[in-house]
Write a protein that binds this ligand. Structure first.
Ligand SMILES: *Cc1c(COP(=O)(O)O)cnc(C)c1O
Length: 419
């Protein structure tokens, strides 16, 4: 099946006479005939047992997303942050390190640099655009994985996934890619060598700004038996001696994440969230195509506007990441960042003058929205610090929505005229 078809048909197959739409299984528990059957589940949880770590509705969505990414298994989480956290915690313990590119979502930077540090896990940040040798030099003996973002939020840098996977694999560790902005419709990181994909499903996958969620997907291709990952190849005492690679084969990574981390932490979505996420996914390909078309027209307009000093959009000819975008992306998604002349004051005036586009702390909403990093997410920084962080005081992050393109452009034009 192609992506459009998978989005509608993967994950749930109605039984004869059963509901045509995936039902919401709103139950914490599942009943079994015998004590023995339940006892067996504590050795090998191969059925739904308790909704802290699996649920039939959410499972349908997990299957759909795994299929869209071309992976073998997936696990949904209650937020994108929980997916990023667990993707790393499934490999790193106190005393370990991992490498991450520095152009990643701000919330992930904090998770890696501050919170995981308190767990005793060190994150080594590298410049994603650096040559492979330089990135390779950052790896240590205790480095257990590498993390990158397909299209970085908000820098809009496109990751050279093949290069990064090559470096990670040379060190015997997997590459984890946050594929949130691209979605599997625009990029399938597994085809370029990534081993694990994570998403904030809050963004384009849900698509309607309804609910926060995340997902981890495993390609099933990484060799956990290479000697570096004994917790995959030696018996797990907390499951009466399960050996993940021996007993679960290609699905070892997701099984371990669910059986250890999700069991203990419980950051699992509700059945209702699974249902809503599925509803969003059904139209993902249609929506992504339109986001890309609309955003390209807006990026073109902004690049010809004399009040704008710079536009970053990997789909725009001449953009620093245009060539990488052509290689890795079927489209550049709907997010643009641009610098307005006149700095912070001009940016604020432009944003306050918008009538259609909403001022909100979100991105990848179905409705066009704008955010001014200098007065919101990066508010605590001085103008000098902002520039050092690569954020111009006049930079605006614009998430182009699915309104009619002429309405979006008229709104931007009329507000720009007043700046
Ligand atoms: C929003 C976002 C996250 C965090 O996801 P939440 O669902 O908000 O927890 C992670 N990565 C990227 C690229 C994001 O845009």
């Amino acid at each position: 099946m192609r992506d459009e078809t998978k989005c509608l048909h993967e994950g749930y197959t109605p039984e004869n006479g059963g509901p045509g739409v995936m039902p919401i299984v709103q139950s914490t528990t599942y009943r079994f005939d015998s004590t023995e059957h339940i006892g067996d589940l504590f050795n090998m949880p191969n059925a739904h047992m308790y909704s802290r770590f699996s649920n039939p509705t959410v499972e349908c969505v997990e299957k759909k997303i795994a299929s869209l990414e071309g992976g073998v298994a997936a696990m949904c989480t209650s937020a994108g942050q929980a997916a990023s956290l667990m993707s790393v915690l499934n490999l790193c313990k106190a005393g370990d390190s991992f490498v991450s590119t520095s152009t990643i979502y701000g919330g992930t930077v904090n998770l890696f640099a501050v919170t995981l540090k308190r767990f005793g896990i060190e994150c080594i940040f590298v410049d994603a655009d650096a040559p492979a040798e330089e990135i390779s030099a950052a790896f240590k003996e205790n480095t257990r994985c590498m993390f990158a973002e397909t299209i970085a939020n908000p820098a809009l840098a496109v990751a050279d996934i093949e290069k990064l996977a090559g470096v990670a694999h040379a060190h015997g560790v997997p590459l984890i890619v946050d594929n949130t902005f691209a979605t599997p419709y625009l990029c399938k990181p597994f085809e370029f060598g990534a081993d694990i994909v994570v998403h904030s499903t809050t963004k384009y996958m849900d698509g309607h700004a309804l609910q926060v969620g995340g997902v981890i997907v495993d390609s099933g291709k990484f060799d956990w038996t290479n000697g570096k990952f004994p917790e995959f190849t030696e018996p797990d005492d907390s499951y009466h001696g399960v050996v993940y690679t021996r007993d679960l084969g290609a699905a070892a990574y997701i099984a371990k994440a669910r059986m250890q981390l999700m069991r203990d932490i419980g950051a699992y979505p509700s059945a209702m969230s699974g249902f809503l996420l599925n509803l969003g996914l059904e139209t993902l390909p249609l929506r992504m195509e339109r986001y890309c078309q609309n955003a390209y027209k807006v990026a073109k307009f902004l690049s010809n506007c004399d009040k704008v000093s710079a536009v970053r959009y990997p789909g725009l000819e001449g953009d620093k990441y245009y060539e990488l975008g052509k290689k890795y992306l079927k489209g550049a998604s709907g997010v643009i960042s641009f610098d307005i002349k006149g700095g912070k004051d001009a940016a604020v005036r432009f944003m306050d003058g918008l009538k259609l586009a909403c001022n909100e702390v979100h991105v990848a909403d179905i409705r066009t929205c704008v955010l001014h990093p200098a007065s919101a997410t990066h508010r605590q920084l001085t103008d000098e610090q902002l520039v050092a962080a690569g954020i111009n005081p006049g930079m605006i992050r614009l998430s182009v929505g699915l309104e009619h393109i002429d309405d979006i452009l008229e709104d931007i034009k009329s507000s720009m005229d007043k700046v």
